[in-house]
Design a binder for this molecule. Structure first.
Ligand code: WTA
Length: 654
């Protein structure tokens, strides 16, 4: 894993490769600096200028209406997301350009042009209308990575229906919670999706969730397995709906601040929260950032490996690339199935030019050996991207040398579900990169690193990553819970005499002498496992819902491939005799059932007590030290029961 260490020097800069810069929209630091200056000079004018690059039916009077913590961008404007992704291309040579190339694990392939995608989106939007689903209502989409999922999203957007995509890896229970919290009136699903050769029965999960989802009126399934004769909800087959409805469905003129989607994500406390993203500002930010960071060209074949169930799937599989008229490549299945080099074969076969993936995937491919990618022709690639977690310099160097053949700039992009779009990333034709840093905030994004009192930290001193000015792609609230939105994001650094209030990201970071941002990871109880964001509180509450469990604490342990692995410490009910080995497996399965397989702890350690402060708080810091170092350092004087430490240690050694 460390074969590249010798190449890594502390401050090694990688200049943009000449062949890339020569064709780039922003190709020098001078150009970059003037964009930065322009944005600094008048940030609102900067965003207004970016908004004008997309299509509006009517313009706005107010660029930003900001009453901490409530932002409204371009509020009088009207716009349509599906129009900006599809209709704008129809009168151009992009009409017959491929919009989507889709491949499935069994080798089945489909291509859709922009005209064909427009046709299907129109028919599907007409179908939704005919079922009586109205503007402002929400629809849950629970599907694999396929064109239908994208069609469903765009059809909702066309008529002002708010989509709520739930990752297909979540369990029926997790799906039910998200349907109920969002009050969705319809679920769109498919009979099965395939992953690593296995069938994942999405429809069955929907069917089981529906036993307690009173708001659902309609269910639409691709390959509806059977026709149920219920009054409510009513079941519809995707294909029959599509063939029986009109192609033409005029896009509604949607208010800029109308919700485009809800997306549930994990936080440090409680249940996942439904972040609300609205239309005009979100599209502006995503269009702008996609243009800057990916420097799109007409012949690009753009391959983002994120699932539609995550924010990256929304902003940089669907909205960003389609607004820019890209040909997007999507794969339904695991990227190393049916063979370990499948991802590289996809790039070779479809001549992908941009690859955007997660560090965890890069590390997994790296550990599988160079002979696998080396067996494929990857010369079509011109730009590489990463997202979702810090990338370690070794993985960066491997990506740069083995996949990019030292020709392709790497854009390490930092952002969050809450930010809607990329916030910190290099502009590839201009900004020199360093392995392991997302470099600098995009022009218009006022990111900084501050201490507990909100004062900027000096170079190379760690602190909290904050955003000091609203930006158009920001989530507007947590669905149904404005108070929680304010408490989680805006109360850590409230307005005072020195600043107008800062957005708290939950990440720790430091800036180096060149002003580059190094993200150090979460400072709260959110854990990033294989690029998936999980809340330890959520997993703990799943564990304690098991009848044998009294208390549970979940912490992260650094992992070479996954970034982090989850370790659960559990105390069992005294009165229940347990078979420890059997219970371990049972608890892992229980978490998979309550949340999904991605949240399964890697290990469960049983203990007689958890270390707590005198006020009764579990000292997770100590648990983290036990799992990562096997020892405990630092202050333990607030511990209530020292003996619990001994027990944890011994259970650790077992
Ligand atoms: C982490 C994913 C380091 C970070 C788009 C953030 C990163 C969380 C990077 C958001 C990066 C994302 N370098 N860390 N380039 N990108 N993160 O909401 O901790 O799934 O707060 O959004 O991922 O995860 P989310």
């Amino acid at each position: 894993m460390n074969s590249f260490s010798s190449l890594l020097q502390e401050h090694r800069l990688f200049q943009p490769p000449k062949q890339f810069s020569d064709n780039a929209e922003i190709s020098s630091m001078d150009q970059y600096s003037s964009l930065l200056k322009e944005a600094q000079f008048d940030i609102l004018e900067h965003w207004s200028k970016q908004a004008k690059r997309i299509h509006w039916f009517s313009s706005w009077n107010t660029i930003l209406d900001w009453k901490h913590p409530k932002a409204q961008w371009f509020k009088e404007g009207t716009i349509n997301a599906s129009f900006n992704c599809l209709d704008i291309h129809l009168g151009t040579e992009y009409k017959n350009k491929k919009a989507i190339i889709w491949e499935r694990e069994d080798g089945h392939k489909i291509e859709l042009t922009y005209a064909e995608l427009h046709n299907k989106v129109g028919r599907f939007a007409s179908s939704l209308k005919s079922l009586g689903i109205r503007k402002g209502e929400s629809v849950t989409i629970y599907m694999g990575m396929n064109p239908e999922a994208i069609i469903a999203m765009l059809a909702c957007a066309r008529i002002g229906i708010v989509h709520n995509v739930v990752f297909g890896g979540f369990s029926a229970e997790a799906l039910r919670d998200r349907i109920n919290d969002s009050s969705s009136v319809c679920v769109i699903t498919q009979a099965i999706t395939k992953r690593r050769g296995s069938d994942i029965p999405l429809y069955d999960a929907v069917f089981s969730a529906l036993q307690s989802c009173p708001s659902i009126r309609e269910v639409i399934s691709k390959d509806l397995p059977k026709s149920d004769k219920q009054e409510t909800p009513r079941f519809h087959d995707w294909d029959s709906l599509l063939t029986s409805h009109e192609v033409v469905c005029d896009p509604l003129h949607i208010e800029s601040e109308h919700s485009l989607f809800y997306l549930y994500t994990s936080g440090s406390t409680g249940k996942p929260k439904g972040l609300v993203h609205t239309t005009g500002g979100y599209l502006t930010h995503v269009h702008y950032s996609f243009g800057l960071v990916f420097d799109p060209k007409p012949d690009d074949v753009y391959f983002c490996t994120a699932d539609i169930g995550w924010i990256t799937g929304h902003s940089y599989v669907v909205y960003g690339p389609l607004m820019h008229g890209m040909t997007i490549l999507i794969y339904e299945g695991a990227l190393n199935h049916p063979h370990p080099g499948k991802i590289w074969e996809l790039i070779q076969y479809h001549k992908a030019t941009i690859l955007y993936t997660a560090p965890t995937a890069i590390r997994a491919f790296m550990s599988a050996g160079n002979q696998i990618p080396n067996a494929f022709d990857l010369s079509s690639l011109r730009l590489l991207g990463t997202v979702g977690e810090p990338i370690n310099p070794e993985a960066w160097m491997w990506y740069h040398s083995i996949i990019g053949n030292e020709r392709c700039p790497i854009v390490d992009t930092w952002w969050q579900t809450e930010t809607g779009g990329i916030m910190i990333a290099p502009i590839p034709g201009a900004v020199p990169t360093k392995p392991g840093t997302a470099t600098m905030p995009l022009p218009g994004i006022l990111a900084d690193i501050v201490d507990k009192s909100g004062n900027p930290t000096p170079s190379n001193v760690g602190g909290y990553l904050v955003i000091k000015h609203p930006w158009p792609g920001m989530a507007r609230t947590i669905f149904g819970d404005d108070a929680r939105y304010e408490a989680v994001y805006w109360s850590e650094f409230p307005p005072n005499d020195h600043h107008e209030g800062m957005y708290f990201t939950g990440d720790g970071a430091r800036k180096d002498d060149d002003g580059y941002f190094w993200i150090m990871g979460r400072v709260d109880d959110v854990v990033n496992v294989s690029g998936h964001r999980l809340g330890t509180a959520e997993i703990e509450s799943a564990l304690v819902s098991h009848p044998s469990v009294a208390e549970a604490a979940v912490v992260a342990k650094p992992d070479e491939i996954k970034g982090n692995a989850l370790i659960a410490f559990v105390t069992v009910m005294k009165d229940r005799p347990v078979d420890i080995q059997a219970l371990k497996q049972e608890l892992k399965d229980h978490v998979a059932k309550e949340i999904g397989a991605i949240a399964k702890p890697e290990d469960i350690r049983f203990t007689e007590g958890l270390p707590k402060t005198r006020s009764g708080k579990i000292m997770r810091r100590l648990l983290r030290e036990i799992v990562s170092q096997g020892t405990i350092s630092g202050d333990t004087t607030t511990l209530e029961d020292f003996s619990s430490l001994e027990k944890l240690r011994s259970s650790d050694e077992e």
